[in-house]
Write a new protein. Structure first.
Length: 499
């Protein structure tokens, strides 16, 4: 969800219109009250701000339509800061009944339903947005947020609402303002997900239309590892060709989006996949002076952490431990949205294990405290890294405790179970985990990417101690049979990150 920024609010709330529904100086009085509320909000006193706007909301004829809309928006923002989604929803749904209700109110009405797991109601609100000519409100919604909602629906097994959401995201009417969506081909990924739903519903031709012109590595891996979509696509997916095309497309975007760090990050990822990590490091180093120059990038808040993430993985691939630690540390010091950046901490600890520094990995994870503010997937990643660190230190009881947690929460990230099985030396368990994932439509893609045959890594890259176990597991007869049943084996002429 995007935060509400009170731009030009003083001019808005101080305006006194000739609206005959507002008697005498009532609008002027409302403007004064709302100016005070805005000052309280800016001072960090949301309780005072909410109490000041309450009389305006309670007496709607005391203000102009725009002033009343602003009062609702300020109340919504303060409820959002308090994570009181019941109040967010109440204020927002009253606000969107107004002719002057803001796009912010519309998006918050939807988000309040999603955050309280009333997904059908949230999707109904999106339909109302479009019916009321509020396409701008839909396009202002963070695609990352909607992707997270889609993941929740998938994990909950809510096929009907997931399909509805994917239909919305695949519709040309959804044209997000966020340039990163175009850079990362996010809509194409959603179209691939939607095509899978269409095939399951027996709508093969509609699915074929969704995937015919897909671009982007993420979207095309979804096609490549779904036998039904692959048949409709009609030709094999050449992964190196896809990434070479991504690189050319992203380089062409440098002129179109000169102030988007997301483009540089995308180019860096393409170069990493192509095994051109020295070139990637040179690109990122050349970008460093622009990070602190005024006006160079307008998306630093969202994409600077991933710039450092790209730097760090390039250093992993070229065997530079200290540089890798420094890059991940810089990324971890930045917030991830409104929350501490746990992703970079987990990634650093993970690669410390790969470099044979399990004690350092445990110290890194310890920085997040006993109760990390992470998603269910993030919590699984923490267990994965920690369990592997314990196993590398010979503390198998602790490692198996993390494995037991992962098994109990397998739906949050099935790959964590596989990784921990390998780390504790349970090759039977790892094989069984891979076979389960290969048999699942939702989990097959990640399993096939794990098990694919890649180009040889850079000889400078660290050698994981679990790599021999992984190699034995992937060559087992039962795993090979499962790979064949899923449409493999797969040869990918790209690099993969160290296991």
């Amino acid at each position: 969800m995007r935060r509400f920024f009170l731009l030009a609010a003083v001019a808005l709330i101080g305006a006194v219109t000739s609206d005959p529904a507002v008697a005498g100086n009532a609008a002027s009085d409302a403007g004064t009250v709302l100016s005070q509320a805005l000052q309280a909000y800016r001072s960090g006193d949301c309780a005072k701000a909410t109490s000041l706007v309450a009389p305006v909301i309670a007496a709607p004829r005391s203000a102009t339509g725009k002033q009343l809309s602003f009062a609702f928006d300020l109340a919504i923002e303060c409820a959002l800061q308090a994570k009181d989604f019941a109040k967010v929803g109440d204020y927002a749904k009253r606000a969107i009944a107004l002719d002057d209700g803001s796009d912010f109110a519309w998006t918050m009405a939807m988000a309040a339903d999603f955050e309280t797991q009333r997904y059908t109601a949230g999707l109904d609100t999106i339909d109302r947005m479009l019916a009321n000519g509020r396409g701008g409100a839909l396009n202002s919604i963070s695609p990352i947020y909607l992707l997270q909602v889609r993941t929740r629906l998938s994990r909950a097994g809510d096929n009907a609402d997931e399909t509805r959401l994917l239909a919305i995201l695949s519709n040309p009417a959804y044209d997000p303002k966020d340039a990163a969506v175009k850079i990362d081909s996010t809509r194409d990924l959603m179209r691939a997900f939607y095509a899978r739903k269409l095939v399951a519903a027996g709508k093969d031709e509609d699915a074929r239309g969704q995937i015919a012109d897909l671009v982007g590595y993420s979207a095309l891996t979804e096609v490549a590892f779904d036998s039904r979509l692959r048949a409709l696509y009609g030709k094999p997916v050449d992964f190196r060709e896809v990434v070479e095309a991504d690189l050319a497309r992203h380089r062409a975007m440098l002129d179109r989006y000169p102030h988007a760090l997301a483009v540089t990050n995308a180019i860096a990822l393409d170069l990493h996949r192509l095994g051109r990590d020295d070139e990637e490091i040179a690109l990122l180093k050349a970008t460093l002076p622009r990070l602190t120059a005024s006006g160079e990038f307008d998306d630093l808040e969202d994409h600077l952490p991933w710039f450092w993430n790209a730097f760090a993985y390039a250093y992993v691939a070229t065997g530079k431990y200290n540089e890798m630690v420094d890059a991940f540390t810089k990324g971890s010091e930045l917030k991830e949205g409104d929350s501490p950046n746990v992703s970079q901490v987990i990634n650093l600890a993970s690669q410390q294990v790969v470099f044979g520094r399990p004690k350092d990995a445990l110290v890194t994870l310890g920085r997040m405290g006993e109760s990390p503010a992470a998603s269910p997937y993030g919590l699984m990643q923490i267990r994965s890294v920690r369990g592997c660190a314990y196993a590398a230190l010979g503390e198998l009881d602790k490692a198996r405790a993390d494995l037991a947690y992962a098994i109990a929460h397998e739906k949050d990230d099935p790959a964590t179970v596989t990784a921990l099985d390998l780390c504790v030396g349970d090759e039977e368990g790892a094989a069984a985990s891979y076979i389960r994932r290969l048999a699942s439509v939702d989990d097959r893609r990640t399993a096939m990417l794990d098990l694919a045959d890649y180009d040889a890594p850079d000889p400078r890259a660290p050698k994981s101690i679990v790599a021999p176990r992984f190699d034995r597991v992937r060559k087992r007869a039962d795993v090979v049979a499962a790979i064949r049943a899923a449409g493999g084996p797969v040869r990918i002429h790209l690099q993969t990150e160290p296991f």
